[in-house]
Design a binder for this molecule. Structure first.
Ligand code: NAP
Length: 289
C-alpha cells in the first residue's frame, strides 16, 4: 500500500492508472498535476485525483510512488522539474510508448537517483485521449513492458512489477532497444501507414465519395488514424531510427507485391497473399514469447 501517488499528466493513461490504483486499494491519496490547470481541476472533479498540485514538483512532494504520464517529449522537462525531491525510496515510473529516449532523459537528469526510475510501457490505450476517457479497467488483462537498465534498483523494479500485476497486468521485461525495435514494427509503422493511407484517400478529388463507400475492413484498418496528433508526432520522432528501418522493410514488401500486380503474375501474387494470411492466422494476440 502506498501513501501517496504523485501523478504528472492527468490524461487517459495517468487518470486510468490513478483510478485503478484507488480501486485496488493500493494508495491512500493521489496528488495530480497537468499542464493546464483546467485538466487538473477536471481530474479532481471526476475523483481521479484527490488534490490538485500547482506544479510537478509539488505533486511529487510527499509521494512514495510517482507516475509520469505525459507525452514522451515532455519527459526530460518533467524530470528536471521534480529531480530535487526524488529520493532513493521513491518509485518513479513512466508509461511512454518509446523507451530509449525516455531512458536517455532519465540518465541525464536523475543521475545518482536513476535507480528509482523504472521505465514502463503498458500496451493498453485508446485512440481517444484526455482524462474524460480515463477508465479503471484500461490496464486489466494487458501487457506491460518494463525495460530496466543496469542501474535500476532491484527493489524498485520488484515494486513496479508488483503494482502492475496487482492491477491485473502481465509484466514482460525487455531491453529498451529490443522494445523500440519491436514497437516500431507492430505499433509505430502501422500508425504511420494508417495516417498516410487516410491522407492519401482524403487528398484525392473523389476521396470523400470513396470514404462513403468504405466497409468494415477499411474501418478496422484505419481506426488508429484517429489517434492524438501531438502524441503520435512525438512517438514517431522519438523512435525515428527504428521506425525508418521498418519503413524500408515495408516498402520492400509493398514493392514486391506491386511488381507482381504489374506483371500479372497471379500465382506468385497468390503465394504472397497466402504467406501473409498464414502468418496472420498463426499470430495470437497476447501470446507470450
Ligand atoms: P493524454 O490523455 O493527452 O494525457 C497527457 C497528459 O499529460 C495531459 O493531461 C496533459 O495535460 C499532460 N501534459 C502534457 N505535457 C505536460 C507537461 N509538460 N507537464 C505536465 N503535464 C503535461 O495522453 P495519454 O494517452 O494519456 O498519453 C500519455 C503517455 O502515455 C504518452 O507518453 C504516450 O506515449 C503513452 N501511451 C499512450 C497510449 C494510448 O493509447 N493513448 C498507450 C500507451 C502509452 P493537458 O491536458 O493540460 O494538456
Amino acid at each position: 500500500m502506498f501513501e501517496q501517488l504523485g501523478l504528472i499528466g492527468c490524461g487517459l493513461m495517468g487518470g486510468s492508472f490513478a483510478l485503478a490504483l484507488k480501486r485496488a486499494g493500493l494508495v491512500k491519496r493521489v496528488v495530480g498535476y497537468s499542464k493546464s490547470p483546467s485538466t487538473t481541476e477536471r481530474a479532481r472533479q471526476m475523483g481521479v485525483i484527490d488534490i490538485e498540485a500547482p506544479s510537478a514538483l509539488l505533486a511529487v512532494s510527499g509521494a512514495d510512488i510517482v507516475l509520469l504520464a505525459v507525452p514522451v517529449a515532455a519527459t526530460e522537462a518533467t524530470l528536471k522539474a521534480i529531480r530535487h525531491l526524488v529520493t532513493k525510496d521513491m518509485l518513479i515510473m513512466d508509461v511512454g510508448s518509446t523507451k530509449r529516449d525516455v531512458i536517455d532523459s532519465a540518465r541525464r537528469v536523475l543521475r545518482d537517483h536513476i535507480g528509482s526510475f523504472v521505465p514502463c510501457h503498458p500496451v493498453a490505450g485508446k485512440e481517444v485521449s484526455g482524462v474524460e476517457n480515463a477508465d479503471p479497467e484500461l490496464y486489466v488483462g494487458k501487457q506491460v513492458i518494463v525495460t530496466p537498465i543496469d542501474r535500476t534498483a532491484p527493489t524498485q523494479l520488484e515494486h513496479a512489477v508488483r503494482v502492475w500485476e496487482e492491477l491485473g497486468c502481465q509484466v514482460l521485461k525487455m531491453a529498451p532497444e529490443e522494445h523500440d525495435a519491436a514497437f516500431a514494427a507492430v505499433s509505430h509503422l502501422p500508425h504511420l501507414i494508417a495516417f498516410a493511407l487516410i491522407n492519401g484517400v482524403a487528398g484525392q478529388e473523389h476521396g470523400q465519395d470513396y470514404f462513403s463507400l468504405a466497409g468494415p475492413g477499411f474501418r478496422d484498418f484505419t481506426r488508429i488514424a484517429a489517434s492524438d496528433p501531438k502524441m503520435w508526432r512525438d512517438i514517431l520522432l522519438a523512435n525515428q531510427h527504428e521506425l525508418l528501418a521498418q519503413c524500408r522493410v515495408f516498402e520492400r514488401s509493398l514493392h514486391a507485391m506491386e511488381a507482381l500486380i504489374e506483371s500479372g503474375d497471379a500465382e506468385a501474387l497468390e503465394g504472397l497473399i497466402g504467406k501473409a494470411s498464414d502468418a496472420r492466422a498463426q499470430w495470437r494476440m497476447g501470446t507470450k514469447r
